[in-house]
Design a protein around this ligand. Structure first.
Ligand code: DX5
Ligand code: ZN
Length: 218
């Protein structure tokens, strides 16, 4: 059970200090948005490269951008341990996943709430993680979409059927109130943005979220 706080709702002008407030996190989730794939613009490669020297925590890049085929491998090269592209934007997801792995990172594929997993079943062996969005991507602080829970269950079942060790990440509206539902459905990596960064003690919140997820899975 891993907690990967999103820095989207942190103080973006103080990212170095903000990542040091989540020392218990398993990875730092970095939301890259290009104002085309989603209606919001955040940060890109130069910021990720600068931030790399400010923490020892692994980086989990979530690319909400057009043309990930062109840009994603550079995030692996910049030292991100995991690189997630959206399958809705990828032109050649198999080639892209292989390219990311070749650069030494874990390859991950994200699905928006209305995108089904079934057409991509045969890709699972090419992936180290599947990210199921539980809000429409673009903004932090949105309400968790319960309609995504059946897809989490179906994805976990497909992973078991194919005998792969792929991680299953959920992202959007994950909090102390919703994390148990996600864990019960089969998620094992949890993004939490506003839940962590609006807490008085973000690091304590990371540990509380992990404890809840572990209890729900057990
Ligand atoms: C949304 C981003 C999420 C977001 C999560 O498009 O991908 O990572 O920052 O924030 P919360 O946890 O507040 O929904
Ligand atoms: Zn994200």
């Amino acid at each position: 059970m891993q907690i990967t706080p999103s820095i989207l709702n942190a103080d973006l002008a103080n990212l170095g200090a903000e990542v040091r407030r989540i020392g218990s996190a398993d990875m730092v989730h970095i939301d890259v948005m290009d104002n085309h794939f989603v209606p919001n613009l955040t940060l890109g490669l130069p910021v990720v490269e600068s931030l790399r020297s400010h923490t020892d925590l692994p980086f989990d890049a979530h690319l909400m951008i057009e043309d990930p085929d062109r840009w994603a491998p550079a995030y692996a090269e910049a030292g991100c341990a995991s690189v997630t592209f959206h399958v809705e934007a990828a032109k050649a997801p198999v080639r892209l996943a292989r390219e990311i792995r070749k650069q030494g990172a874990r390859a991950s594929m994200a699905l928006k709430p209305a995108t089904p997993i079934e057409p991509y079943e045969d890709l699972l062996a090419e992936l180290d993680m599947v990210l199921i969005m539980t809000v429409e991507p673009g903004f932090g602080g949105q309400k968790f979409l319960d309609m995504c829970l059946p897809k989490i269950r179906r994805t976990r079942a497909l992973m078991q059927r194919h005998g792969v060790e792929t991680w299953l990440q959920v992202d959007g509206g994950v909090s102390l109130e919703t994390i148990e539902r996600c864990a019960e459905a089969g998620a094992d990596v949890f993004v939490a943005g506003s839940a962590v960064y609006s807490a008085a003690d973000p690091d304590a919140m990371v540990n509380e979220l992990r404890a809840k997820a572990e209890a729900a899975r057990a």
